[in-house]
Design a protein around this ligand. Structure first.
Ligand SMILES: [Zn+2]
Length: 138
């Protein structure tokens, strides 16, 4: 049972999942990629679901997370979750994360951070202040 795993066992299981996966298929860049201003290459993930991600790193992380769902380590995996940031009843902006899931019941919002812009840092603070969500940067 996942509940009875120690942290060391969990890490081992996660490593094992990654190893098992890399032996089969890996994320690949799509043909004729259009690099964005940070030179990230849009990449399709490979797994039970496939999506076009903004970078290879993000696609690889999606593959890892899909394997963690398969292994029963995390649940409710969602890509590109959007959170409205509302102050005094007025929507100021929205934050779009890379992934949202539950790890042993705890909500996790993840951002695969390549370059932390000033706008990102502001939204990260708003997520914490308004929604009490600490963004996990991977
Ligand atoms: Zn994906």
């Amino acid at each position: 049972m996942a509940e009875s795993m120690t942290n060391a066992e969990l890490r081992k299981a996660q490593r094992g999942a990654r190893t098992a996966f890399s032996a089969t298929k890996t994320a690949r860049p799509i043909p004729n990629p259009s690099p964005n201003k940070y030179n990230a290459v849009k990449t399709t993930c490979v797994g039970r679901e496939t999506h076009l991600h903004d970078s290879q790193r993000e696609a690889r992380r999606c593959e890892e997370l899909q394997l963690m769902v398969k292994a029963g380590i995390i649940t409710e995996l969602t890509n590109q979750p959007v959170f409205d940031l509302v102050i005094n009843g007025q929507k100021v902006c929205a934050y779009r994360g890379d992934f949202r899931y539950r790890d042993r019941g705890v909500l996790v919002v993840e951002d695969v951070k390549g370059h932390a812009t000033a706008l990102y840092r502001l939204k990260k603070k708003l997520m914490k202040a308004l929604l009490e969500i600490e963004i996990l940067e991977t």
